[in-house]
Design a protein around this ligand. Structure first.
Ligand code: DX5
Ligand code: ZN
Length: 215
């Protein structure tokens, strides 16, 4: 069984209260909050102000995914806004080691996200400092994209590395997760599944979340 982290990017922004209520009543484990700056990714989403509202709307773990350049300049603001875990992109962080230490010093869990083109090997020297690795299974920037199948091998590779080193780092998979590919991802070693469209475009979101929890 994996932790399920619905991505609020696919929620109805005209009625976020209803979507938050639905998630709070559901068996979802985390809120996944996607922050985009229009530079690291070709889309802009939201900033700390909205994260603060989500924080007030739930007691669930707020899992922040920063798709921004110079994430080190913003981690403090997002921690203050209420993020429990802060994930930065390896490709966007020149001094990744320092940034992860900064996140931990703020009392949050430190995560590293990698794009589809970034190999698992790039994580070798940073893995012990990392509470979570987010393996992107689409190119970041938009919800509702198609899952890149090669991700399965990356999850398998990373899981065996983590187990070998006896680390407690969680593996999160983000992008194009569906009811069809979720079982294989969990079998490959994923601990956390992000799901945007699969949850929010479903006719029965709570039931969909419950189904994802059965795998
Ligand atoms: C993509 C975001 C994802 C996205 C997932 O850049 O990081 O979290 O919202 O949405 P789906 O599950 O629809 O691919
Ligand atoms: Zn995300």
């Amino acid at each position: 069984m994996a932790l399920i982290a619905p991505s609020l990017l696919s929620a109805n922004f005209l009625n976020l209260e209803a979507d938050c209520r639905m998630l709070n009543e559901s068996s979802a484990d985390w809120y996944h909050l996607d922050v985009m700056d229009g530079r690291f990714v070709p889309n802009i989403s939201f900033g700390p102000m909205l994260v603060e509202f989500f924080r007030k709307a739930t007691t669930k773990y707020c899992d922040l995914h920063l798709m921004i350049e110079e994430p080190e300049s913003y981690v403090e603001a997002f921690r203050k806004a209420g993020a429990d875990g802060i994930t930065v992109h390896l490709e966007a962080s020149t001094h990744l080691h320092r940034t992860l230490q900064q996140i931990r010093a703020l009392g949050a869990k430190a995560g590293v996200a990698i794009n589809p083109h970034t190999p698992i090997e790039s994580l070798t020297d940073i893995l012990p400092e990392t509470d979570l690795v987010c393996i992107m299974s689409v190119n970041p920037g938009f919800g509702g994209q198609k899952f890149i199948p090669h991700t399965l091998d990356k999850v398998r590779q990373l899981r065996s590395r983590i187990d070998q080193l006896k680390l407690s780092t969680l593996i999160e998979v983000d992008g194009g997760v569906t009811l069809e590919n979720a079982p294989a991802l969990i079998e490959a070693g994923a601990h956390v599944l992000v799901a945007g469209n699969t949850v929010f475009k479903s006719a029965y979101p709570k039931a969909t979340i419950a189904t994802l929890k059965t795998f």
